[in-house]
Design a protein around this ligand. Structure first.
Ligand SMILES: [Zn+2]
Length: 210
């Protein structure tokens, strides 16, 4: 990336951007990376549409590893995946969540109980409603990530969209359905209002019969 565009005044923000971002061309495709340091390690910025798949593949590859294991893996290759993001993802993993519920239940009760019993004991909504609320929470979190990072994530770094049909994003596929179930008429854009979005997340938690 360079600052040589003619006829445009550069702001502090422009210089800040240049320090943080660089573009690497691989097979004619441009990838946003962190400027390479002395160690010569290339760290990629992950776009929204790639984020879930990358987390999912990493999580599976390390045999449902926890947050620390995940972060250790991801940091070798990517520079914009946060602890918080990984935590939200882990709460979406059905297998890990079931394990966690069982662990808790077994510790406390010394025998296995039915899902319904566990639910009553913990005063928690069913696992599906819980996971749905976590997906909605996740989508809002990603959506609210502001400024250039969000633009980068959306693939709008140069005001250009990639040619061809835009890849269907995970959040579009899954979360739209979720939102329709508990807050009809609302869209992801509404998540910029954090307080209202928290209410949607809460509504999803208490939604029964999923
Ligand atoms: Zn898992």
């Amino acid at each position: 990336m360079c600052l040589k565009t003619v006829g445009e005044a550069k702001t502090m923000k422009d210089y800040r951007v240049v320090r943080k971002y660089d573009i690497l061309k691989i097979n004619g495709k441009e990838r946003l990376i962190r400027p390479v340091d002395e160690k010569n390690v290339v760290l990629y910025y992950v776009k929204i549409e790639e984020l879930f798949d990358i987390l999912h593949e990493t999580h599976s590859a390390i045999g449902h590893g926890g947050r620390n294991h995940m972060m250790a893996e991801l940091k070798n290759k990517y520079c914009n995946i946060t602890n918080e993001t990984v935590m939200v993802y882990l709460k979406l993993c059905v297998q890990c969540q079931k394990k966690a519920v069982h662990r808790g239940a077994e510790k406390l009760l010394y025998r296995r109980r039915t899902n319904r019993e566990v639910q009553q004991i913990y005063q928690k909504p069913g696992i599906n409603a819980y996971l749905m609320s976590k997906r909605i929470e996740w989508a809002g979190h990603v959506w609210r990530s502001n400024g250039i990072r969000k633009k980068a994530l959306e693939g709008k770094i140069n005001g250009k969209r990639p040619r061809g049909r835009p890849r269907q994003r995970w959040i579009d596929r899954v979360v739209k359905e979720d939102i329709d179930k508990c807050a009809q008429g609302l869209t992801l854009e509404d998540s910029v209002d954090r307080d209202s979005w928290t209410k949607v997340v809460e509504a999803a938690k208490v939604l029964q019969g999923q």
